[in-house]
Ligand binder design. Structure first.
Ligand SMILES: *[C@@H]1O[C@H](CO)[C@@H](O)[C@H](O)[C@H]1NC(C)=O
Ligand SMILES: *[C@@H]1O[C@H](CO)[C@@H](O)[C@H](O)[C@H]1NC(C)=O
Ligand SMILES: *[C@@H]1O[C@H](CO)[C@@H](O)[C@H](O)[C@H]1NC(C)=O
Length: 464
């Protein structure tokens, strides 16, 4: 018994001794040169803050938010001898929120070339609303080949006065997983060399000054999940090879000058949740039938193209769709009743500014999740066969009439005529109209929480 006790005391002492030895071993510090480089970059982003005074100690342990370090094994040492060094692995600038208080950028913030030479272990570089003075254009410095093979995330969001050619920015980053360059002054074409970034999972280039065509070589980006080129001046036909990006969840080509047919190969994008081709010049192919096979779709917009044709019967497998934009695209014919039957989760349905005719199908009244159905500016006619809430937009259909009496919601329909009380109900809806018990079941119920103001806000809602 005594032996056991003395043994365990000994073990305890030994453990204590060991742990103090471990603790007393010095943590590696950022080298003075790398520490100085961080100060210089901080000064370039905001010269009004006395960084050296505020953060005099090791910046890896006591630096500002946005400076992140990591431990690396020294080259040539195996893990048993474990000689570690510490280096800056992430740099983030631009105050995002109280939970993400990166260093604020001053109005005369710049990017100094040192940023691309002094941090060989950088994995992530992030600039948020740093360069937004209309009077001060900031150029992306030349990025040397020696930099960047370790970079995994490059994120520049809303820096409109930051300019540079895309070909110069994306070069050399062979390990890049996320390239998010949105709302900046990036210009030029997508270089063919982008196809060498084979680890790329997200390429978001929206709202820049980019032009040219999508390179065919894009097909090599097999890991791509997000491709967003919206709001640029891209043009030309979309290459069929985009359809071989089988991991894509989001494809946004909106607000560009793409034309020709929507590639048939898109039907291979079986995982796609968002397809936004709106406001281009896609022409003459109608609403693509292959949409019926994209069963994961949550949001689809083809608005503002010259596709024409009738709305096809493709909705029976698309019950997961939340938002549909088929506005301003030259649609003719009738609204299929099947849209009301199958699109049980739809919150936004835009069919406005087409040449749709015939009656409003009573089945649209069954869409209980909806917060807006926009049928404005078509040639619809007859009696609207259900009670309409204020989320139903019907103006600009001169042949349409509504029952404005006590049983219908009022307001917002001033441009619609009231149905003649003597008018025979539309024969197609005779059974429903004459049955008072079913009239409440076809009411458009509007969830107050989901006040989508339009298709774009729908998308924002879903992506956040
Ligand atoms: C930024 O502007 C301030 C005056 O607002 C000036 O004192 C400072 O030198 C400028 N810094 C740079 C890097 O241009
Ligand atoms: C589609 O648009 C392109 C470019 O605007 C045009 O050259 C082509 O003739 C159009 N095709 C059809 C079938 O309308
Ligand atoms: C329908 O047309 C009118 C008049 O041109 C316009 O004011 C209104 O915004 C249009 N509706 C939609 C949804 O575009």
């Amino acid at each position: 018994m005594a032996l056991l006790r003395s043994f365990s005391t000994f073990t305890l002492l030994l453990l204590l001794l060991l742990s103090t030895t471990v603790i007393s071993q010095p943590q590696p510090l950022l080298s003075p040169a790398e520490q100085d480089s961080v100060y210089r970059v901080l000064d370039s982003v905001n010269p009004h803050i006395p960084w050296r005074t505020l953060f005099p100690d090791d910046l890896c342990s006591y630096g500002p938010h946005g400076v992140v370090c990591d431990y690396f094994l020294q080259d040539g040492t195996d893990s048993s001898s474990a000689a570690q060094t510490v280096h800056v692995s992430e740099l983030s600038f631009g105050y995002v929120s109280d939970f993400n208080p990166n260093p604020t950028c001053s109005p005369n913030a710049t990017i100094i070339p040192l940023l691309f030479t002094a941090f060989p272990y950088l994995r992530k570089l992030f600039f948020y609303q740093c360069f937004n003075q209309a009077t001060t254009v900031v150029s992306v410095p030349q990025i040397p080949a020696s930099f960047g093979s370790g970079l995994e995330e490059l994120v520049f969001i809303d820096n409109p006065s930051l300019v540079g050619p895309l070909s110069g920015i994306l070069r050399y980053f062979t390990n890049l997983r996320r390239a998010v360059l949105t709302g900046n002054g990036v210009y030029g074409n997508i270089p063919d060399s982008v196809a060498e970034l084979v680890n790329l999972e997200e390429l978001t280039l929206s709202r820049n000054q980019l032009a040219g065509e999508i390179p065919i070589s894009f097909a090599k980006l097999k890991k791509l999940k997000v491709l967003d080129l919206g709001g640029n001046s891209f043009a030309g036909k979309v290459p069929e090879s985009v359809g071989s990006l089988s991991q894509l969840l989001k494809l946004d080509l909106s607000s560009n000058g793409f034309y020709g047919q929507i590639p048939e190969s898109f039907k291979k994008l079986q995982r796609l949740e968002l397809l936004d081709l709106s406001y281009n010049r896609f022409n003459n192919s109608g609403v693509p039938l292959f949409l019926s096979e994209m069963t994961q779709l949550r949001t689809v917009s083809l608005s503002g193209n010259m596709l024409g044709g009738q709305i096809p019967e493709i909705w029976n497998n698309l019950g997961g769709i939340l938002g549909i934009g088929l506005s301003e695209m030259g649609l003719v014919g009738k609204i299929p009743a099947s849209m009301g039957v199958y699109l049980r989760n739809v919150r936004y349905l835009g069919l406005d500014n087409n040449k749709l005719e015939g009656t409003v199908p009573q089945e649209l009244g069954l869409l209980e999740s909806v917060s807006e159905i926009n049928l404005e500016n078509n040639s619809l006619s007859g009696r609207v066969p259900f009670k309409i809430g204020h989320k139903m937009k019907l103006n600009g259909n001169p042949q349409l009439c509504v029952d404005l009496g006590s049983s219908f919601a009022s307001g917002g329909f001033d441009k619609l005529k009231e149905c003649n009380k003597q008018q025979k109900p539309n024969p197609a809806h005779l059974t429903v109209d004459s049955s008072s018990s079913s009239s409440s079941s076809v009411q458009v119920v509007v969830p107050s929480m989901l006040m989508a103001t339009g298709f774009l806000s729908m998308i924002m809602l879903m992506l956040n």
